[in-house]
Design a protein. Structure first.
Length: 457
């Protein structure tokens, strides 16, 4: 007899920041007797250094099996071909699974690939969109989709107020794609996430109710929204899931022992952890300013510099770094670092996963957003949740060393930073409670599972 209640096919957009949250959500579903298969593109699978997870993995194709996105001529070419080849190969996969003892009956897809809904409909499957970004950001794109936010916004635009956004929207706080004319096709795709959303059975958001009450209430009147985050392995939160150690699907290999050994030798709350995530690139000048800002802050730091970014470091920076002062690594086990008692502050690009991880582990932030949704996340961190400061860029778009030094000191040392540190602790507690039994996200996941059709076979 089949012991599974239902079978969800999970379809992430092929990028680390999209795969991580969908994998964690999958584990939560699995703990509630839902069978999970994650469909990844062949090119994405090839790049995985770490492939250890309890869920099944199957391959589909984006039409660029050797290099994925990097092989495509441009972004539009990638998206177009992915739709064509992806729809076909996804259909083949569903047919293959139809003949197994546990056929698929639901597709959970990333709305960056909205064509998945059409495939789900063809096969009569339930479909759920999974937004990996927070609800305020999703709502901004929704307003672009509806034409309320015009592109690109100009100085003469009247004040635009958006639910969940603390004041009228300003160019420095909206996702970079909205204000950059070159990103027209990207923002078109992001706004397109909503084009067929009225056809889906459920809209899952990687956030939690308590964090974004106002905007969630507002959007729930339009779409069947369920917040299910934070999507952090259970061992860092409620500890209810077994065999739930790390991410399990990673493009980069973390330098685990090196980082943790070094952190173990640092005093409590003394270290600045610095990372700009998996894709963001800094300019040469910014890299230099950051290096000096960190050195001048007189705090110890653990800095993730991906190998492609390393040539931008000032000459002999790593060679001259004493081990008391700092450690530079190419990738680290971020959750273990954030959880470590020596970590006192996170200097971050404010990618949504990193932000949510810092919230969940109670680490105050220095926000240095670069592009995409990062400026909006930084705005929320500073002005709404009050769990960090934002390092201000000069007119050239560079954050200078003095600003970096001052921000780090503010968060870690001064009285002014006390409230920020206390707020960070408060959110950590809430984040744990929402995924624990009876918490807002746990209830939403339960409800989602209860509405899945049973497997017929
Ligand atoms: N991350 C990690 N080790 C690192 C740097 C990042 O494991 O050294 C993980 C981090 O925990 C997060 C993801 O990579 O889950 C980055 O996602 P985010 O949305 O913050 O940024 P993106 O990479 O999408 O810009």
């Amino acid at each position: 007899m089949n012991t599974h209640k239902a079978h969800c096919l999970i379809l992430p957009f092929p990028g680390q920041g999209h795969i991580n949250p969908m994998l964690q959500f999958s584990k939560r579903l699995q703990s509630k007797r839902v069978k999970i298969t994650i469909a990844l593109t062949k090119s994405c699978l090839k790049t995985m250094q770490e492939l250890s997870t309890s869920v099944s993995i199957e391959a589909i194709s984006d039409g660029y099996d050797d290099g994925g996105f990097h092989q495509a001529e441009n972004f539009v070419a990638y998206i177009t071909r992915f739709k064509e080849v992806g729809s076909d190969t996804l259909s083949q996969l569903i047919k293959k699974l139809e003949n197994s003892d546990c056929p698929v009956n639901c597709i959970v897809y990333d709305p960056f690939i909205p064509w998945a809904v059409e495939v789900a409909k063809q096969f009569g499957l339930i479909s759920a969109a999974f937004f990996t970004q927070n609800c305020v950001v999703d709502n901004l794109y929704y307003h672009v989709h509806k034409g309320v936010i015009k592109l690109p916004p100009t100085q003469n635009d009247e004040e635009i107020l958006i639910p969940g956004f603390p004041n009228s929207i300003d160019a420095s706080d909206v996702p970079s794609f909205v204000i950059s004319p070159e990103a027209e096709r990207i923002v078109e795709m992001l706004a397109n996430q909503f084009s067929n959303l009225d056809k889906v059975d459920c809209v899952l958001i990687n956030s939690f109710y308590e964090l974004e009450k106002e905007v969630i209430e507002w959007m729930s009147k339009i779409y069947p929204i369920k917040t299910i985050g934070p999507t952090i392995p259970s061992m860092y939160l409620d500890k209810r899931l077994h065999d739930d150690k790390e991410y399990g699907l990673s493009v980069f290999k973390p330098m685990t022992n090196e980082c943790l050994n070094w952190l173990n030798h640092q005093p409590i709350s003394s270290v600045v952890y610095v990372s700009f995530g998996s894709i963001t690139k800094l300019g040469d000048e910014q890299m230099e300013e950051l290096a000096w800002g960190l050195k001048n802050s007189n705090k110890s730091f653990l800095w993730v510099v991906r190998s492609t970014e390393e040539p931008k470091l000032p000459n002999n920076f790593i060679e001259e770094l004493t081990s008391e002062k700092g450690l530079v690594v190419s990738w680290c086990p971020q959750l273990q670092v954030l959880e470590h008692e020596s970590t006192g502050c996170f200097l971050t690009h404010c990618g949504w996963n990193s932000t949510l991880e810092a919230i969940s582990l109670g680490v105050p932030m220095v926000a240095m957003p670069q592009w995409s949704d990062q400026p909006t996340n930084a705005k929320l961190v500073k002005d709404v949740w009050e769990i960090g400061v934002r390092a201000k860029q000069d007119e050239k778009g560079v954050v200078r060393r003095e600003v970096i030094e001052e921000c780090i000191k503010l968060v870690m040392e001064e009285d002014k930073g006390k409230l920020i540190r206390e707020n960070a602790k408060k959110w950590k507690e809430i984040a744990r409670n929402v995924v624990n039994e009876g918490g807002s996200s746990d209830k939403n996941i339960e409800e989602f599972v209860s509405k899945l059709p049973s497997i017929e076979k």
